[in-house]
Design a protein. Structure first.
Lengths: 190, 190
DNA sequence: CCGTTCTTGAAACAGTCGTACCATAAACTC
DNA sequence: GAGTTTATGGTACGACTGTTTCAAGAACGG
């Protein structure tokens, strides 16, 4: 049958390519420098992925997979007051380890605004986190089908992440989150 | 003295270039297509702006100027409850007219994350809106030097804008803002 | 050995990019 | 008219892009 195929090679390349994209971003990505950084050749990247577009899609899927894996391996925070759960999520999201993922998220979002046609399933951007978040904050929601509260919580988290990455002022962001936690707690107490 | 200079030409070009960037984004910007769309030549763009980098800087400055002008010409909303003022700001920010500016803001933010060295004055990203917002919501702040509350309000606005541009679900975003307005109002009442 | 299949390198192709060079036309002063 | 300054087109350079083509090496089955 001839020389056997090596599907593991593609996986190894994908893993290292994802590292590279998380470290250097998507914007300036180009096959020749990427190949050099990965100790391979542009020829092999195309051999394994078909085209740059498919490579990028595979890298983004891998990055999503990694983010989900890290989220799953996070210490469970189901208990406590809503304020404590909020603090836990924020601490996890804003940790320096997550910075590459946050950066990539904002970069993809910006690209989506420029080329919506490349992201036909952007509705899935909601469902991914919606169930998790509405379950975690069910006790501060107003009734069963309250989508406003989880949306607001996610907006606060994303908005503060944007502020944090923009200004680097972690202290102010932390205090703003604390303020929101107070507001949520006061509403439950009322 | 020779042929007189025509400084108005540069202004005209800058205005049209800003239109183009607001309409098509910064990412794919390139001199030849831009010149074609502006009925001029790449030669003239460099003649007027020196380099592409300076052109982009001028366009971003012009876009900021336009945004500030629109903000200034907005109907004043100083009175009313905090919830009403919040609704007013959100309605203004999320209006379709502002969409190009919002898109450009997120695009610049993503570029800043990739190339922080190009944005040495990113601390100014705070001061621009901080005074305005802390004045508008002084009555829901906790004391004089409370920076957490304006930061939180801005985070909610930006986070909801991100959600809105990502999912297009205006109704859900509106209801989430309403939820936040309730939380703010309840806190003042307590 | 032969033949087949997978793997890989080197080079080239056609295109775009920002920019620089060179020439020339236009409008002005004297 | 000459001289000077501004404005503009055309063109080419070098670097880069994703991709293709051609060829050869490597590992296996028969």
């Amino acid at each position: 049958m001839g020389r056997p195929a090596d599907p593991a090679r593609r996986e190894r390349t994908l893993a290292r390519a994802t590292d590279h994209v998380l470290a250097h971003g998507l914007a300036g990505l180009s096959l020749r420098p990427l190949a050099a950084a990965l100790d391979t050749s542009p020829r092999m990247l195309l051999y394994d992925f078909g085209s740059k577009q498919e490579l990028v899609a595979a890298v983004l899927a891998e990055a999503r997979r990694r983010g989900a894996a890290r989220l799953a391996s996070r210490p469970p925070q189901g208990a406590g007051t809503p304020a404590q759960r909020l603090r836990g999520i924020w601490a996890w999201l804003s940790a320096p380890d997550r910075a590459p993922f946050v950066r990539l998220f904002f970069e993809v979002h910006a690209d989506l605004l420029a080329h919506p046609e490349h992201y036909p399933d952007r509705a899935r951007a909601v469902t991914d986190w919606f169930d998790t978040l509405s379950a975690a904050f069910a006790d501060v929601c107003e009734g069963e089908g309250d989508t406003a509260t989880p949306t607001l919580v996610m907006a606060v988290l994303r908005g503060l992440l944007l502020d944090l990455t923009l200004t680097g002022d972690r202290d102010r962001a932390d205090r703003a989150l604390e303020r929101f936690a107070d507001l949520l707690g006061a509403a439950r107490g009322a």
